[in-house]
Design a protein around this ligand. Structure first.
Ligand code: MG
Length: 366
């Protein structure tokens, strides 16, 4: 099966509710859909999310990078897919979200050509997928209200966005805990918003107040590995790196200096499934767990992440709620949700039969 042509299409999907972190506020999801056409009956599907403040990529840069990747791998035969993935990763530096969109479309094709769902190609549906649900950064009252609403919808794990003010953050957690905390599990994500000492203060203060938190994600600036190690050594809470880890090399370095208890893998950061599996293997060798997350991504790329998570024993924590914020699905098929449970499709590949036309409700072609 030879790669014939790779094309892109930008889409925008309004969110059902505003998504806010210490880094950004999002009201509309902008994604790039990718088609990989072959000389066979199969087309591979992928998508990328431009997240300029984290990956440096924009919708325009992703479209250009995918065209560059296309020029590098068009004509290659997937019978030797190791070489295709090597060239995909080496034909340009960075641009990992663009790479991820092509990578997942190639995995989609590999599984389709075997007539099996992607999770089977990757190791099997070996574990249930229970996602947390994100509580956006907001006033204490709104965050408490949002938490109660999510509990009522059946979610039992909250991922609470913090990181813009340590005292206020502690108060947010205390009030949410008092309101719903005995019935849910809480994870917190500061999105780089704290100074190292602030992160230690928050970690110790919530422990002192008896607020149970499962893990703390990316407390300090992404490139400050020593600050991450400083925090990790001083709090009992497991510290997970998110924006600090794009590559296997970075995962190795963070593990080497003792800076992390766990790693959050995102396809948009690492360049897709091929590289994500290498990071998971490094974490496994170091004896630390991984979580899997996403940017503000549509059903297509989150479906790819869900296939990977279902098949990878090292990935034990799921943060794959982004499609729940979208007013529509640009693809036919993919994962669905039953409360917090992610249901994988059983059709070959990603389980996506195509992209919906421009008339599809809520999806604007631009
Ligand atoms: Mg995060």
């Amino acid at each position: 099966m030879k790669i014939r042509r790779i094309t892109t299409e930008p889409i925008s999907i309004p969110l059902k509710q505003v998504f806010r972190t210490a880094l950004r506020t999002v009201t509309t999801l902008e994604n790039i859909l990718v088609n990989v056409e072959t000389d066979s009956e199969y087309t591979g599907y992928g998508s990328a999310a431009p997240t300029a403040v984290i990956t440096g990529e924009t919708a325009g840069s992703i479209a250009d990078a995918v065209a560059h990747i296309g020029a590098a791998i068009e004509g290659m035969d997937l019978a030797g897919h190791e070489l295709v993935f090597q060239r995909l990763n080496r034909c340009l530096v960075g641009n990992n979200s663009a790479k991820a969109a092509v990578d997942m479309a190639l995995y989609d094709l590999l599984a389709k050509s075997l007539g099996i769902p992607l999770y089977r190609l990757l190791g099997g549906n070996i574990q249930p997928l229970e996602t947390d649900i994100t509580i956006s950064l907001d006033t204490i009252d709104r965050m408490v209200e949002d938490s109660r609403a999510r509990l009522a919808e059946g979610f039992t794990i909250l991922k609470i966005k913090v990181g813009n003010n340590p005292e206020l953050d502690i108060e947010r957690l205390e009030q949410i805990y008092r309101s719903v905390g005995s019935e849910v599990s809480m994870r917190i994500d500061a999105n780089q918003g704290w100074q190292p000492k602030e992160a230690v203060y928050v970690g110790r203060e919530i422990a002192r107040r008896g607020i149970p938190v499962e893990l703390m994600e990316q407390p300090v600036a992404a490139r400050r590995y020593r600050d991450l190690a400083y925090v990790k050594k001083r709090v009992l809470l497991p510290v997970y790196a998110d924006e600090s880890v794009f590559s296997g090399a970075e995962a190795l370095e963070l593990i080497r200096i003792g800076a992390v208890d766990g790693i959050n893998i995102k396809l948009m950061k690492c360049g897709g499934i091929y590289n994500a599996r290498k990071i998971a293997a490094i974490a496994e060798a170091a004896g630390i767990p991984c979580m899997i997350g996403s940017m503000m991504e549509c059903q297509v790329s989150v479906t790819a992440a869900a296939h990977l998570a279902a098949a990878t024993s090292t990935i034990s924590i799921m943060d794959l709620d982004a499609p729940l914020f979208c007013s529509s699905n640009p693809a036919a098929g993919g994962i669905s949700y039953r409360g917090s449970e992610i249901v994988l499709p059983d059709e070959p590949g990603l389980g996506i039969s195509g992209f919906n036309g421009s008339s599809h409700h809520g999806v604007k072609r631009s």
